[in-house]
Design a protein around this ligand. Structure first.
Ligand SMILES: *Cc1c(COP(=O)(O)O)cnc(C)c1O
Length: 363
């Protein structure tokens, strides 16, 4: 069985070394030394300043929302967030869970990101925030989005769950927006089993979020505001430190698979149009097929050969009933129906890749 994703399992002795330290200290959670070390290491590795580690990427979105105050109702009505319908469900459900109405704006048919040219027209008196996604790690039109946000005095939170290590114009893409959120779930390129992070633009927002993720306490027994428990544990940080130590090998292996697919399919299929000012994170390999029927046929043909593929991201979020009733976003619905993600992880060997490529081509 060739799975679509496979978690990177770091050297077991290295992990044991960190676990020994945890046993010696008896310090398991609450901003322990390994969480602090991973914070510093990630800030350096990513080239960012105000990074906060959390329990997962969904909490990262929710805590960023709370920290920036964009969930506060306006004129007795729920706040609105302008967001993309082409993403994982967590992007929109995190908003809804915080009492924010997602307002979907259609995607660009080539980059598959929120189309910045439609954002201004979707702004209402209720709008407080724009929540774009760098989908599959492809950088959004960040300058245009920032201009609209400034003009309408809105905050911007990027769901950057796929954009670990992506640079834009020579610096981290995560430095764009009032906040950018990451997921370190086991299936992501960099992971801590479960985990996530927020990169804030401003130091004061980081300080506020540090309290929010610790029940709103500024010190033991002193509660300054409504909080939640969203902390990362020492065991999760230990895994993160080990995975980060091996990140170069992990990325090199993923890049190799990505490039083999690109050579095989670059002419035959429509691929995502990459932002020319951004680097690549090699997080996914999505193919845009001609029709949903062709997608289903391809998926089935691969499945019978023991090759798992995924319909990331399906269905288009404007059609998900638990998110409320929304106008249909035509391009997102059409695109989501035809995108298939191929297996992409560091353990794929040449024989796997040949089998997958032949399977997709139907030969
Ligand atoms: C994985 C993912 C999330 C959720 O992250 P978790 O760590 O699983 O909670 C959010 N948004 C996007 C786009 C994702 O791919």
């Amino acid at each position: 069985m060739i799975t679509v994703a496979k978690p990177w399992l770091p050297n077991r002795d290295a992990l044991d070394g960190y676990l020994d330290g945890i046993y010696e200290r008896g310090w398991l959670t609450n901003n322990g030394p390994l969480v602090q070390e991973l914070t510093r290491r990630l800030q350096a590795w990513l080239g960012v300043e105000h990074l906060l580690l959390l329990g997962n990427g969904t909490l990262a979105l929710q805590v960023a929302i709370r920290t920036l105050g964009v969930d506060v109702p306006l004129n007795g009505k729920p706040a609105e967030a302008i967001t993309t319908p082409f993403s994982f469900i967590a992007t929109a459900s995190a908003l809804k869970w915080k009492g924010i109405e997602p307002v979907f704006v259609d995607i660009d048919p080539h980059s598959w990101n929120l189309d910045a040219q439609y954002v201004a027209a979707a702004v209402t008196p209720q709008t407080r925030v724009i929540v774009p996604v760098h989908v599959f790690g492809n950088a959004c039109e960040v300058e245009q989005i920032q201009a609209v946000a400034q003009q309408h005095r809105l905050k911007v939170i990027y769901d950057a769950a796929h954009a670990f290590g992506v640079d834009y114009r020579g610096q981290s893409l995560l430095n764009w927006g009032d906040a950018a959120t990451l997921s370190f779930h086991a299936t992501k390129a960099f992971h801590t089993v479960e985990g996530g992070a927020i990169v804030f633009k401003r130091a004061e927002d980081l300080q506020r979020a540090e309290q929010i993720i610790n029940f709103g306490q500024s010190s033991p027994g002193r509660v300054d505001e409504l909080g939640i428990n969203a902390k990362m544990s020492e065991l999760h940080a230990a895994m993160g430190l080990c995975v980060l130590d091996e990140m170069d090998a992990n990325l090199a292996a993923r890049q190799r698979v990505w490039e083999a697919y690109h050579r095989a399919f670059g002419q035959q299929f429509a691929l995502q149009r990459w932002n020319p000012s951004a680097s690549h994170g090699y997080t996914y390999f999505p193919l845009l097929l001609d029709s949903e029927q062709q997608l289903l046929d391809t998926m089935h043909r691969l499945a019978v050969q023991g090759i798992q593929t995924r319909r990331y991201f399906y269905p288009s979020l404007d059609t998900v009933t638990s998110l409320g009733k929304h106008p249909a976003q035509r391009i997102s619905i059409d695109t989501a129906a035809r995108i298939l993600c191929l297996p992409l992880h560091a353990e794929l060997v040449d024989a796997d890749m040949l089998k997958i490529i032949a399977g997709v081509k139907g030969v």
